[in-house]
Design a protein around this ligand. Structure first.
Ligand SMILES: Cc1cc2nc3c(=O)[nH]c(=O)nc-3n(C[C@H](O)[C@H](O)[C@H](O)COP(=O)(O)OP(=O)(O)OC[C@H]3O[C@@H](n4cnc5c(N)ncnc54)[C@H](O)[C@@H]3O)c2cc1C
Length: 491
């Protein structure tokens, strides 16, 4: 008889785990507190605008291709991808720079900004390619349960080339000295939630992903990836129960027996939680069954939270690309205000996504769909007056940059900040994407996929291995399914 598996949460990791476990022959049910699947990547619609709530950068297309190939499918069976060109725009203090998708053009851009840096970029990317190949084909597929996993891998053979013990900040500065190029090469690391000086140089693999792998866009938005995985899960027989807010996991004799919500009591053979790890342990489980203490969580370095504005504008805006990074303010001050002296930022860097520039389906005709994101320290208290202050600030900066005013053309606005991350995702201090990828929070030092005290309870998602981001969450679902399979074979 097939084993019953219940999964809490339908973000990328929950959807991925559901697909792999169903393929393994399990009877899988996903419980989701929201009225739709996708978690941090779900979509909402209002007044003809459709907004991706979270991720907007589609990087590492090979990881998505590999995921669907595990089920005999292709990405193109579920959604259509376009490579963005230029990849994105950076607004520096002295003006904008478009990052070309063509590598040779980018070498020229580097050479123009810092003579001699073109060939250095070539060498830098060669090393980054090595790290990408080992990192994304080998290291991220380790469950991170023991050091021995790394003993026979290419990791040991090439440990120095992988640059695990240097920071990416010093790695970049060895080859480049122009502040603009340094900022451009440090930007992808911001996805990992820590400062470049605290992030291992291994992660220059993100530069390879950015510059060589490219920035892609699924037609219809990132939600198309969610829809594709949801569709695949349904084809594999997974059942989804929406609007189920799990409030307790009952345990007896070292086994999770049932999950409880206002509306259901559900029994299973195996339970996988893809809800935020800290919440699952500290809120759903009683103390004797937790892997980690309250103190453990208090001492973790969290990725930033975000203040996000979803904006609808009733006219088209000129001089705009799909992705724009506003690096026109002081990076050091802002990063201090996130990491070392947490406070609302004085003059933050901002990210602007304008999906309607490349996709007519996400806004009514003649309108613009904008999402503005300001990274902020986790745990900051937000309120509408603070949001209003930052809204005025970011609109003024965008208007100045584009050379047009559009504040009076804003016909839709929704704010999302720390308190929303807590309310919607039970996120620790309202962090947006889990734990920072510092050396002391990497691989075997991350919260584990398995519960050591409750044998049939497993975890997946951005707070466990391999870490934050859409591609890692797809892989996390695969890793947890392998651990469940092992457990089932032994029991
Ligand atoms: C604003 C933002 C921008 C980002 N940008 C990018 C990007 O551009 N590119 C990229 O690759 N990554 C990006 N990321 C990171 C990426 O989106 C996440 O790492 C990933 O989506 C997390 O997936 P997950 O499955 O771990 O968690 P989630 O998506 O949070 O899924 C967990 C699910 O559990 C559900 N849940 C929680 N508690 C309960 C409960 N008690 N009962 C039932 N269900 C429950 C939640 O509703 C949710 O659906 C971004 C994240 C954010 C927030």
């Amino acid at each position: 008889m097939s084993k019953k598996v219940t999964i809490i949460g339908s973000g990328f990791s929950g959807l991925s785990a559901a697909c792999y476990l169903a393929k393994q022959g399990c009877e899988v049910t996903v419980l989701e507190k929201h009225d739709r699947v996708g978690g941090r990547a779900r979509q909402f619609e209002s007044q003809g605008f459709s907004y991706d709530m979270g991720p907007s950068w589609y990087w590492m297309p090979d990881v998505f291709e590999k995921f669907f190939a595990d089920f005999g499918k292709k990405v193109s069976d579920y959604y259509e991808l376009d490579r963005l060109s230029p990849s994105y725009r950076i607004i520096y203090k002295d003006g904008p720079l478009d990052i070309p998708s063509d590598l040779n053009e980018l070498y020229d851009v580097f050479e123009r900004i810092e003579p001699g840096s073109g060939p250095k970029l070539k060498q830098f990317l060669k090393e980054a390619e090595y790290k990408y190949n080992i990192g994304m084909n080998d290291l991220v597929y380790k469950p991170g349960l023991s050091l021995t996993e790394f003993m026979n891998t290419q990791f040991l053979k090439g440990v120095f080339k992988l640059d695990v013990f240097n920071s990416i900040s010093s790695h970049i500065r060895k080859s480049f000295s122009n502040p603009k190029l340094i900022q451009l090469l440090e930007f992808p690391v911001l996805f990992l939630g820590a400062l470049p000086e605290n992030t291992p140089a291994l992660y220059s693999l993100m530069n390879y992903a950015d510059i060589v792998g490219g920035t892609w866009y699924p037609k219809g938005g990132m939600v198309q990836v969610v829809n594709g995985m949801h569709q695949l899960a349904l084809e594999l027989g997974v059942k989804f129960e929406l609007n189920v807010d799990v409030s307790k996991i009952n345990v007896a004799n070292s086994l999770a027996r049932e999950v409880v919500s206002k509306s259901i009591h559900k029994e299973f053979d195996v339970l996988v939680s893809s809800a935020d790890y800290h919440f699952t342990e500290q809120t759903l489980l009683e103390e004797p069954y937790r892997n980690y203490s309250k103190k453990y969580w208090e001492t973790r370095k969290l990725a930033p939270s975000s203040l996000i504005f979803y904006i609808g504008v009733n006219k088209k805006l000129p001089n705009l690309l799909h992705h724009t990074l506003f690096f026109d303010e002081d990076f050091e001050t802002h990063s201090k205000e996130i990491y070392t002296d947490p406070k609302w930022p004085t003059n933050p860097l901002i990210y602007l996504s304008a999906t309607s520039q490349t996709d007519a389906t996400v806004a009514p005709e003649g309108c613009e769909n904008l999402m503005v994101l300001i990274p902020i320290a986790p745990g900051l208290k937000d309120d509408s007056a603070t949001n209003d202050r930052y809204f005025d600030m970011v609109i003024a900066r965008i208007e100045k940059q584009l050379g047009v005013s559009f504040k009076e053309n804003v016909v839709f606005r929704r704010d999302f900040a720390t308190s929303d991350f807590i309310k919607d995702y039970n996120s620790l201090k309202g962090n947006a994407y889990g734990l920072a990828n510092t050396l002391s929070q990497t691989a075997i030092l991350k919260p584990k996929l398995i519960n050591k005290k409750v044998r049939n309870l497993f975890y997946t998602g951005q707070l466990t291995v391999p870490g934050p981001g859409v591609p890692p969450c797809l892989i996390s679902g695969k890793l947890v399914a392998e651990q469940v399979q092992k457990y089932m074979k032994q029991n």
